[in-house]
Write a protein that binds this ligand. Structure first.
Ligand SMILES: [Zn+2]
Ligand SMILES: [Zn+2]
Length: 307
C-alpha cells in the first residue's frame, strides 16, 4: 500500500492522496511537499539531500527505483539522442547503447554518481553539434506518424472534392433552379409580354410544380407504409411450409473417459492387489481398503478428463 513516510497518510485515510517523488528516490505525499518545501528547496526528510520543490513529480510506479530509473533515462535521452547512422559501425552503436544503460543504472542506483555526471557532461560538450542536429531531426516513429497524418489529410481533401463535384452535377440537373433562371431569361428576351406577366406566370408554374411534387411524395410515403404493413402481416405466417418436422436427438459427448469400476468390483478386478490392506480399526471407522483405492482412481483421472 502506498503511504507517506513522513505523515503516514495513505490512499485509504485520505481520498486526495497523491504520492510525489524526487531524484533521491524517496516518496512524500503532496501535502508534505507543500509544507516542507515552502521556500522551494530543502532537505529530504529521509536522506537529507537538498531537493527542489519543482523537481518533485507524481509517483506512478509503486517501486521508487523504477521511478528513479525512468526519470534519469528521460533526462539522459536529452543528451544521448544519437542514431545508428551517427556511428561508423553497428558495433560502435551497440557499445554506445550499452554505455547509456550503464549510465542510467549508475544514476538510479547511486553508484559513481559524480563520475557519471562528469562523463555525461563531457559527452554533451564533445558531441554538441550532433546532439543539436538530432534534436531537430524527426525520429523514425515521428516520420511514421507524420506520414499517417499526411495520408489522412489527402483522403479528406479528396472526399471534399468528390462531394463538391457531386453537388455541382446535381445543381445543373433537370428541373434545377439554374435551368429555371435560364428559361426565364430566354423568355424575357424573346417574348413581347411585359416582364411582370412573365415572372408571375413563372412563379405560378413553380408553385404548381412544388405542389405536384409534394403530392407525389405523400403518395410514395403512403405506398411505402402500406408495403411495410403488408410485410409485417406476412411475417406472421408459418415459418416452415414443408419438410419433415424437426426431431431433437441429444448429443452423446464422451468427455469423462471410460467409466470407473464399481466399488464392489475392485477386488474382483485385481485393483486391491497393490493396496495396503486397512487395519481392523480403520475398517471399524468406515474405511475399508476399497475406499482408498477408489479415491486414488478418481484422483488419477480428475486432472485428465474432468474440466
Ligand atoms: Zn505526507
Ligand atoms: Zn531522499
Amino acid at each position: 500500500m502506498r503511504a507517506c513516510p513522513k505523515c503516514k497518510t495513505n490512499e485509504y485515510n485520505n481520498r486526495s492522496f497523491v504520492l510525489m517523488i524526487n531524484e533521491c528516490g524517496h516518496s512524500l505525499c503532496k501535502n508534505c511537499v507543500e509544507n516542507l518545501f515552502v521556500r522551494n528547496s530543502g532537505p529530504c526528510p529521509t536522506c537529507g539531500r537538498t531537493l527542489k520543490k519543482n523537481d518533485f513529480w507524481r509517483q506512478m510506479f509503486d517501486d521508487p527505483l523504477i521511478e528513479k530509473e525512468n526519470h534519469f533515462r528521460k533526462k539522459l535521452r536529452q543528451v544521448y539522442n544519437l542514431r545508428e547512422d551517427d556511428f561508423p559501425s553497428l558495433r560502435e552503436y551497440n557499445d554506445y547503447l550499452e554505455r547509456f544503460e550503464q549510465l542510467v543504472w549508475n544514476l538510479a542506483n547511486d553508484e559513481n554518481v559524480e563520475e557519471t555526471q562528469l562523463e555525461v557532461k563531457r559527452f554533451a560538450s564533445e558531441r554538441l553539434d550532433v546532439i543539436e542536429r538530432n534534436r531537430k531531426r524527426l525520429g523514425p516513429d515521428e516520420i511514421w506518424v507524420q506520414s499517417c497524418l499526411d495520408d489522412e489529410r489527402r483522403f479528406r481533401e479528396r472526399l471534399t472534392m468528390d462531394i463538391e463535384s457531386q453537388e455541382l452535377t446535381n445543381a445543373s440537373g433537370p428541373g434545377a433552379k439554374g435551368a429555371d433562371a435560364r428559361a426565364i431569361i430566354e423568355e424575357l428576351k424573346t417574348s413581347d409580354l411585359p416582364a411582370e406577366v412573365i415572372l408571375d406566370r413563372q412563379r405560378k408554374r413553380q408553385i404548381e410544380a412544388n405542389l405536384l411534387e409534394k403530392e407525389q411524395e405523400a403518395k410514395r410515403k403512403k405506398t411505402r407504409v402500406h408495403d411495410k404493413k403488408h410485410q409485417e402481416v406476412t411475417t406472421f405466417g408459418p415459418l416452415r411450409k414443408s419438410g419433415q418436422p424437426f426431431v431433437y436427438h441429444p448429443v452423446d459427448l464422451v468427455l469423462n473417459g471410460p467409466a470407473l469400476p464399481e466399488m464392489f468390483d475392485l477386488e474382483a478386478c485385481g485393483y486391491l492387489r497393490h493396496m495396503r490392506p486397512s487395519t481392523t480399526a480403520q475398517v471399524a471407522g468406515g474405511f475399508p481398503t476399497e475406499t482408498g483405492c477408489y479415491r486414488a482412481l478418481v484422483e488419477s483421472r480428475s486432472d485428465l478428463l474432468v474440466f
